[in-house]
Design a protein around this ligand. Sequence first.
Ligand SMILES: *[C@@H]1O[C@H](CO)[C@@H](O)[C@H](O)[C@H]1NC(C)=O
Ligand SMILES: *[C@@H]1O[C@H](CO)[C@@H](O)[C@H](O)[C@H]1NC(C)=O
Ligand SMILES: *[C@@H]1O[C@H](CO)[C@@H](O)[C@H](O)[C@H]1NC(C)=O
Length: 393
Amino acid sequence: MKLLAVLALLVFAGAAAGQGGEGGGGALPFAVGAAPAGCDVGRGEWVRDGAARPSYHEWECPYIQPQLTCQAHGRPDKGYQGWRWQPRACSLPSFNATLMLEMLRGKRMLFVGDSLHRGQYVSLLCLLHRAIPDAGKSFETVGALSVFRAKDYDATIEFYWAPMLAESNSDDAAVERRADDRLIRGAPMDKHSRFWKGADVLVFNSYLGWVAGGDKIQILRGADDDMSKDIVEMKAEEAYRLVLFQVVRWLEHNVDPKKSRVFFVTASPTHEDSTAWGDDAAEGGNCYNQTSPISDASSYRGSTSREMQRVTAEVLATSRVPVGVLNITQLSEYRRDAHTQIYRKQSAEPTAEQRADPRSYADCTHWCLPGVPDTWNELLYWKLFFPSNDQVL
Ligand SMILES: *[C@@H]1O[C@H](CO)[C@@H](O)[C@H](O)[C@H]1NC(C)=O
Ligand SMILES: *[C@@H]1O[C@H](CO)[C@@H](O)[C@H](O)[C@H]1NC(C)=O
Ligand SMILES: *[C@@H]1O[C@H](CO)[C@@H](O)[C@H](O)[C@H]1NC(C)=O
């Protein structure tokens, strides 16, 4: 009888605390509710929902970079804006900007990563900014750091550009370099991570830079300022493993899991090759002209690296500071229709020649806004505020 009571108490305490993979004791900071057991928000389907989508309009969100404003760059269709992600095993509260701002009162939320992550960051600003009057917000970028401030909430939502997480020759976004000329510093990562200290919610990503441009990467050993000294070559996956371990060690030394939450966003898939969804190779097609998601996922052969996914899962699982994994890979794989294609500005407006050659010019990596990254933020919202007891790590 006594034992039963103790057991019941333990079970109850575990449930109330939102314990499990991510929990590990005590209520998770930022949790306001819990997702039902067995709720893997990354598994589900896209449903058309003209009433609930888009969550905002492209023209009303001033933060979207021209790389992602597809309508302004002549995209003829809008269907890609009309889909809502429905997890299979559960329904969770839809994104509530006021709730999120209230929860972030006095806090600092920081995204760290690459251009795809910047897209997610901007999407979050678009989802929130309507709930704040003009005088109550500001936005500025200095160097690698962008800061959005919600003044009445004393909250900041920030983005730090570090596409390889470690110091690398991609750190200056203004300098174009060849994808196959990649150099990262092996250790330490202090030059970037000193900007991450004190964040209450940290959201990382890093994938594209490791897989674009071949399977080898150069590592600069030591702390020398001269980037040309003491260089070794490494398999990209192994270099990624090394850097991710450094991030985990940094988290363990700098993040208090009783006050802060950490997330990692998995690989964002690309749609460069339409044979992946059954087109004839002779067509040489890609994401260009696609206006509907892939409906038959069973026959889809995506190009996302399984090896990289495995490294991500393995390394994050070793972290003593729990890291929630936002697994956006599969849900985004369905969305061959949602990339920016030729409807974007890169360093310059596309030329007529480039527009006429979508097979080589279309961007099948980045996503239009509003669009798929809004859903990544909905997943973040769910995991942050409604963590499940069996949070998938
Ligand atoms: C959003 O959250 C706020 C603050 O918690 C609450 O007052 C409001 O009713 C919520 N809105 C909806 C539509 O649920
Ligand atoms: C795109 O679609 C248009 C209209 O259906 C068609 O004329 C054109 O050939 C297509 N282009 C490509 C590259 O598939
Ligand atoms: C994300 O989910 C997919 C599909 O379930 C899985 O194959 C992949 O390993 C997961 N990625 C990580 C990093 O857990």
